[in-house]
Design a protein around this ligand. Structure first.
Ligand code: GLU
Ligand code: MG
Length: 437
């Protein structure tokens, strides 16, 4: 069939959706300068296609300026069409960043981190997802058999990720039914959030090419495990040297790392509305699912919200390079830009306020009586999205990190999403999210 190649200019929005519009590749040079038109009220389209109250109504015009460095061009080699998309920033027509562009919000957070600690963030997203339409074979958790059954998919995905400019890490059969995990390599600053968007989209596209579908929804079955997004983080100084680790520091944390993590834990109950952004995210964030339920730091503990990850023993220099910590209270209903922005702002606040490093727990906090938890400074995370939204909007420090009007926009959007689910059982809610993420 005849064809004129198109490239899709994409943004990742409050709904965690990748939206935008396509233009001919032959117009690329012009579009890199002038972008494609965009509408402010689109930001209030929920994941269910309902539209939340918008301060912009039908008014206004914006532009998406694609970033050629955040683009993927993938030929799956199956005789089908070549996929092409470029992630961009949303700007006002005069070229200034639009206040509610999630990618620009992340760039501001990273600039604040740099000003506060003289450091740059290096991070990598680990994604879990499931094939919801096929019947799970029992006994496949972490097995070669489970991997091998999807080797064809995994190898196509990793080839696609490489064509999309990502470095690849690991692919495995996760614990849950038909659940898999794909991890790409670290990248600096906002690039790692670009990579998270690219990975989610290429995973969906690869599944379609294999005649299947995947879901990144936070949880498919209230009685089973969820699909987490775990974000591994470390810091470098202006010379590019690692500054996350200190041989003498508590659990190996440098003073900067300790203050950053202390900030994340201090504001966790308010930022979780942005990092675990769906109604059913809170079914996942419950004890004994290896997700996160309390605002604690764990030393190699998979139930902690922030976990110090293992490093191989070896010389101190190698350990300093490998040392990283992981934020686990996130899922793919949230835009990776907003997730990372919220974490980075909370961490930067911790550095600015020189918070002392938190103690790492190594126990099951769900067994600790509530009054002892409170005495030790631990909080159970919000147990519904509505509660998380209240904590967010009622915390002026946290809302103050974001552009004026953002908290109102975000909470209106999310409350419209919640309204769509009114009267549904947990299983029906899970089914609704399964089909949109
Ligand atoms: N599926 C778990 C989650 O929801 C994570 C399991 C793991 O440690 O990889 O976060
Ligand atoms: Mg996992």
């Amino acid at each position: 069939m005849i064809s004129k190649p198109l490239v899709f200019a994409a943004i990742s929005d409050i709904a965690g959706k990748t939206r935008g519009k396509a233009f001919p590749v032959s117009d690329l040079e012009k579009r890199l300068r002038r972008g494609v038109g965009w509408t402010p009220t689109n930001v209030q389209i929920t994941c269910f296609d309902t539209i939340a109250p918008s301060p912009f109504a039908a008014l206004g015009d914006l532009q998406i300026i694609p970033d050629p460095k955040a683009g993927a061009e993938v030929d799956f080699g199956d005789g089908g069409t070549v996929e092409r998309f470029m992630i961009g920033d949303i700007q006002e027509l005069d070229g200034t960043p639009w206040a509610f562009c999630t990618r620009s919000i992340l760039k501001s957070a990273l600039a604040r981190l740099n000003a506060a600690g003289g450091i740059a963030l290096v991070s990598a997203f680990e994604h879990e997802f499931q094939f919801p339409d096929s019947t799970a074979a029992p006994g496949e958790a972490y097995t070669l058999g489970g991997f091998s059954r999807r080797r064809h998919f995994g190898e196509a995905l990793f080839a696609a990720l490489e064509q999309g400019g990502l470095t690849t890490d690991t692919f495995m059969k996760e614990y849950g039914p038909e659940q898999y995990e794909a991890t790409n390599g670290p990248a600096s600053g906002h690039r790692s959030a670009d990579h998270a968007v690219i990975l989610r989209e290429l995973t969906r596209m690869t599944a379609l090419r294999c005649g299947e579908r995947v879901s990144f929804s936070p949880i498919l079955d209230p009685a089973s495990v969820g699909n987490g997004v775990h974000i591994h983080m470390s810091f470098t100084d202006a010379s590019g040297a690692p500054v996350t680790y200190d041989e003498e520091g508590p659990a190996g944390m440098s003073a900067l790392t300790g203050a950053f993590i202390a900030g994340v834990l201090k504001y966790l109950d308010a930022i979780v509305a942005l990092t675990a952004a769906s109604d059913i995210s809170y079914l996942r964030l419950t004890p004994h699912r290896w997700s996160a339920a309390f605002n604690n730091l764990g030393f190699r503990d998979r139930e902690a919200s922030v976990r110090i990850c293992p490093v191989q023993s070896g010389d101190a220099e190698t350990r300093a390079r490998q040392y990283n910590f992981e934020y686990r209270a996130a899922d793919a209903s949230a835009s990776p830009y907003l997730t990372l922005a919220a974490i980075v702002h909370a961490g930067a606040q911790g550095i600015e306020d020189a918070l002392p490093a938190p103690q790492a727990t190594s126990e099951d906090l769900s067994l600790v009586p509530p009054k002892d938890l409170a005495r030790r400074g631990y909080l159970r995370l919000p147990q519904t999205l509505d509660e998380a939204l209240c904590r967010f909007e009622q915390n002026p420090t946290v809302t103050g990190w974001f552009p004026k009007g953002f908290a109102e926009l975000y909470t209106a959007h999310k409350r419209c999403e919640i309204a769509h689910l009114d009267g549904m059982t947990d299983a029906e809610r899970c089914a609704a999210y399964r089909d949109v993420y």
